[in-house]
Design a binder for this molecule. Structure first.
Ligand code: NAP
Length: 325
């Protein structure tokens, strides 16, 4: 595999470089892919629209990534990005706007220029699902938050609701409780889907839990001052005074580039991959949250590594021979 300079790019004046492989996204999947791709000898760059880390940056505490009994999401991603940088160039603030196939290459237009490559790994992650209730957008950033670690500080010792019943909701609730918030968890069903370990921690702390309840409206003139709640079984409606609403109701895949490439997706928009993280489109791979699955850091790291090794294997063969059977 041709490697033309330190970062693997050819440094052409009219573009930012031509590579064997371009990885889009610098979350755990993208970083892991970068390490494996460069160690395999592929010229490679990671394009990241923001900063490395992905959604893990917003996780207050990670307790299930082997090697770290307990670590802040931000810290874990700092360590992972530093490790990846030892091998691969990570271009921050480089958003991929469009991707097209031209002959045997992918051409990527970004916010700053053009890149091209023979293969591409989509590690574009996912973003927070919204509740879609009145008041949510208007009061976003004024009491409505999608990130307890980022915004929790502003709600210290105040009353907040956390909406959702998954691992994120319960982790956020525990974090907010730990900084002195009075936390109420509002969940639409009568059981959490979060890990038992997190459920036990919530019970031990005595946080209020409202099962079978949904938020119908988020209220407040300039800032959140209450939520309108409805019990889905009884139909009873109640208004609860709170300063903050932390929405943790799951993720929506960032699969726009996948759609442009004609990659097959499931009805939820998650990219379909095989066990080697190949998509249905030759030389396009996907890993991490955009590819669905159990959506754990450890799984994203596995997916990134496997995708990079698949790319290496495919690129080592005569063009398209792998796909022509
Ligand atoms: P999730 O597991 O998909 O849970 C989303 C929760 O929001 C569910 O309880 C769901 O209710 C509820 N929900 C969905 N849409 C809703 C709506 N419109 N209104 C009200 N409630 C709604 O999402 P997540 O908690 O963000 O976790 C995403 C992935 O990251 C998961 O795979 C999770 O395991 C992983 N994660 C892991 C950790 C950890 O291991 N410590 C921490 C954070 C996240 P239903 O249950 O009724 O569907």
């Amino acid at each position: 595999m041709a490697i033309t300079d330190d970062t693997g790019g050819s440094g052409e004046a009219s573009s930012h470089g031509d590579y064997d492989l371009i990885i889009v996204g610098a979350g755990p999947a993208g970083l892991s892919a970068g390490i494996y791709a460069r160690r395999a000898g592929l010229s490679c760059v990671i394009l990241e629209k923001g900063v490395p880390g992905g959604q893990v940056l917003t996780s207050p505490k990670i307790e299930n990534y082997p090697g770290f009994q307990e670590i802040e999401g931000m810290k874990l991603m700092e360590v992972m990005a530093e490790h990846a940088r030892a091998y691969v160039d990570i271009r921050e603030g480089e958003e991929v706007i469009r991707v097209t196939r031209v002959d045997d290459r992918f051409e990527l237009a970004t916010t700053t220029g053009k890149f091209s490559s023979r293969a591409i790994i989509l590690a574009t992650g996912s973003y927070h699902r919204h509740l879609g209730v009145p008041g949510e957008n208007r009061l976003s950033g004024r009491g409505v938050s999608y990130c307890a670690t980022c915004d929790g500080f502003f709600f210290k010792k105040r009353a907040v609701v956390v909406v959702g019943g998954g691992n994120t909701a319960l982790t956020d609730a525990l974090y907010l409780h730990s900084i002195g918030c009075t936390v109420t968890i509002v969940h639409r069903r009568d059981a959490f889907r979060a890990d038992k370990h997190l459920q036990d921690s919530i019970s031990e702390r005595g946080a209020e839990v409202l099962f079978d309840t949904v938020v119908d409206e988020i209220m407040g003139a300039e800032e959140v001052d209450a939520v309108k709640l409805r019990n889905v079984k009884t139909g009873a409606v109640d208004t609860k005074a709170v300063s903050g609403v932390f929405v943790a109701v799951g993720e929506v895949p960032s699969s726009q580039l996948a759609a442009e490439l004609g990659v097959k997706m499931d009805p939820g928009g998650f990219v379909t991959v095989d066990m080697s993280f190949r998509t249905n489109v030759p030389y396009v791979y996907a890993a991490g949250d955009v590819a669905g699955g159990i959506r754990q850091i450890v799984a994203a790291v596995h997916g990134g590594a496997a995708a990079a090794l698949s790319a290496f294997e495919d690129l080592a063969k005569p063009y398209f021979s792998r796909y022509s059977g």
